[in-house]
Design a protein around this ligand. Structure first.
Ligand SMILES: Cc1cc2nc3c(=O)[nH]c(=O)nc-3n(C[C@H](O)[C@H](O)[C@H](O)COP(=O)(O)OP(=O)(O)OC[C@H]3O[C@@H](n4cnc5c(N)ncnc54)[C@H](O)[C@@H]3O)c2cc1C
Length: 333
């Protein structure tokens, strides 16, 4: 079959690779260069984890993990850093309880740790006596920008034609294809003026603070939604960000500004949880969330022969390879 893929970010690069490796004729279109910094998939790291308050996401990750492992092998480079994950909050926090339940239902091995046990393992992290943590060893981070580049490279190796700096203005221009997959991220609505989705695009900032935290896991604070990483070995410092949609942002703007107030908020949070980290901001960057009202993903067929897919709402990278796989299947089966 002849399939067009609009948008070569995390989902699109995966779809192009799966389609090309299955022997289909694939043309991918990308409005910027592959790996650009205007969308949602650039940068060094995205958390991957089974631990979710919703058991269906934990179950879906059971399908995504083998795909990530196979990608890493095919690419011949480290794309997944398996440092484990720590999810902490007040002992009676409902999200910790539902995460534990989701892991149990899906048979994922994990450990519940007291604040004292966490301090013993990770002395740089301050937990209070009324707090607890879930530890899960399969968590870690994906090297986001490298993932997109590797998938695009493998897609091309399998015969896909990827056209960079090419904006698809209308789906009518793609009528010669048997199927079109639209995975346009923050631009998801622009090709469907008659069937817009209730999406809000927001600018999100990540801040790196001086320090390394060697041997530490990725972590999420269930109460405040701050989360972070150990050193990624590429950018100096350790990365922190907050998983709360910030102010709406026009994706058509050709700048992605950063704000001192966001860095200050990261510093203030780190002072309470990681007081040994330095007070220097070593790096910061902005990235776009595309939010649905319920933080779920989009996967639908708004027209015959068209699949619209988006790994949305600020937590989709870990699922993006599976979304690409499912979109490729929807287009061809
Ligand atoms: C700060 C931040 C932190 C995050 N942290 C995590 C995390 O820890 N774990 C996690 O799992 N997820 C995380 N996410 C979410 C995750 O990164 C995104 O869900 C994912 O990258 C979205 O991928 P995508 O392919 O849908 O979009 P994108 O990668 O943005 O791809 C869409 C592409 O389509 C192109 N395009 C759009 N319109 C057109 C057109 N008309 N013609 C041609 N090309 C077009 C765009 O240029 C873009 O390259 C985070 C996101 C952000 C911003």
């Amino acid at each position: 079959m002849k399939v067009a893929v609009v948008g070569i970010g995390a989902v699109g690069s995966a779809a192009c690779r799966f389609l090309a490796e299955a022997g289909h004729t694939v043309v991918g279109f990308e409005r910027f260069e592959i790996g650009h910094g205007f969308g949602s998939s650039h940068g060094e790291s995205r958390i991957i984890r089974y631990a979710y308050p919703e058991a269906h996401y934990t179950k879906l990750m059971g399908q995504a993990y083998p795909l990530w492992e196979a990608l890493e092998q095919a690419a011949g480079e480290e794309l997944f850093v398996r440092c484990g994950g720590l999810f902490f909050g007040p002992k009676d926090h409902p999200e910790l309880a539902s995460m534990q339940q989701a892991l149990e239902i899906n048979g994922v091995v994990h450990q519940l740790l007291s604040a004292e046990e966490v301090t013993e393992r990770y002395p740089a992290l301050v937990l209070h006596p009324n707090e607890a943590a879930l530890w899960q060893s399969d968590a870690g981070f994906l090297r986001a920008g490298a993932v997109v580049r590797a998938q695009a490279r493998l897609a091309q190796k399998a015969g896909a034609e990827l056209r960079e700096n090419t904006v698809v203005e209308s789906l009518d221009a793609l009528e010669s294809f048997d199927h079109v997959i639209v995975c346009a991220g923050a631009w998801a609505n622009t090709l469907f003026p008659e069937q817009p989705l209730p999406l809000t695009v927001t600018r999100q900032q990540v801040t790196y603070l001086a320090g390394e935290l060697p041997g530490y896991p990725v972590w999420i604070d269930a109460e405040s939604y701050w989360y972070g990483f150990p050193s990624d070995g590429r950018i100096a410092g350790v990365k922190l960000a907050r998983h709360i949609p910030q102010v709406p942002f026009d994706q058509e703007r050709l700048d992605r500004p950063t704000q001192k107030s966001d860095d200050d908020a990261a510093l203030a949070y780190a002072a309470t949880r990681f007081p040994s980290l330095g007070q220097d901001v070593t790096h910061h960057a902005s990235c776009l969330y595309t939010n649905t009202p319920d933080e779920s993903f989009v996967f639908d067929h708004p027209r015959p022969k068209v699949t619209r897919v988006s790994a949305c709402s600020g937590h989709g990278f870990k699922f993006s390879i599976l979304m690409g796989r499912l979109a490729a299947d929807a287009a061809t089966k």
